[in-house]
Design a protein around this ligand. Sequence first.
Ligand SMILES: Cc1ncc(COP(=O)(O)O)c(C=O)c1O
Length: 394
Amino acid sequence: MKMEEVFKSYNDFVVPSYNKTPLIFVKGKGSFLWDVQGKKYLDFFPGWGAGNLGHCHPKVLSAVRDQIAKLIFVPNNYYNIPQAKLARELNFWAKNDFKAFFCNSGAEANEAGIKLSRKFGQGRFEIITFDNSFHGRTLAALSATGQAKYQQGFAPLVEGFKVVKFNDLAAVSSAITDKTVAVMLELVQGEGGINIAGKDFILGLRKLCDDKKLLLIIDEVQTGIGRTGKMFAWQNFAVVPDIFTLAKSLGGGLPIGVMMARQGFADLLTPGTHASTFGGGPVVCKAALAVLTAVQEEKLLANANKMGGYLMEKLAYLGKKYPFIKEARGLGLMCGLELNFDGKPIVEACMKLGLLLNCTHGSVLRLMPALGVSKKEIDKAIGILDKVLKEVKA
Ligand SMILES: Cc1ncc(COP(=O)(O)O)c(C=O)c1O
């Protein structure tokens, strides 16, 4: 297919719900992508947060090849060995007594958490969420999301969500009623502009949830699998959630979602009460096991911390150099650079020079390179970004 034919086919036959960049990628390896014309790009936002291992990681490739030749899929009324191993492995990393519900996406994992909370609530159903949060596009996940722009045109939303100010414990406290069952949040808001939860806020939230018998639900869809320098972001904060959700990078590029719930109430989802046909299939679970192995064997958490520190230093340097940069902030390798203008032209200019990054919340450049990123790759990315910002200044 010629490039024009590809664009035309999308135009004619694909629902236009995405803002699209006119690039057609055909190959990926580590931190790099190649387009159909052979141009190479340094990808600092791989897979919209699903690329913590970079592109086509060899461990994922060989795990998938091995499994796909043996058994592609069996449904959840039977057992499969990769799902059994993955549930055990996730629980090992969580160092607690969690049980897993497997599905296919972040929104679906959050839906499972919302449904389990309602079961737990026995009539209590309200969930407190936060402004600038993002929990997915299915109707309940969208209703939980504290950003009106994503909800426009989709009323009526699912009832039972109350949105309060992020990092404001008093606001949570005063939103609690006798119908409240849970509090749900991201510890670093990704789509909301890289906003990091305060440690005191999280500790206070955990105590408040314990005192009021509420579930603490942490959405780790974007922060999970080493992105913030720990396997799960909550491990930076010395709290343990009651429910946490995973998706994106866990599949190494394949679609997966997981709702992890503490034993004791996880079993409320009794046979027949919740399901997902493809959830926890053998191929994707084998891929996820390879992801976890890679994180451990390649010491990717240590690298995320070290390279996260290095990238933040470089971003802080840009912050000092250019007065139109409001702030550089991040945790591990989840980094943002807030500008005082729309960041889209910067993303486009970087792209022309072979660097892929993202802009979220209008003015926050989001950099989330593969966890195995090197100093050399960071230097290259910062060099391109600096060049583009210099032109803006001029
Ligand atoms: C924090 C968070 N939760 C949920 C989702 C939804 O995940 P998915 O697109 O896999 O449904 C996203 C996607 O960006 C996310 O960042």
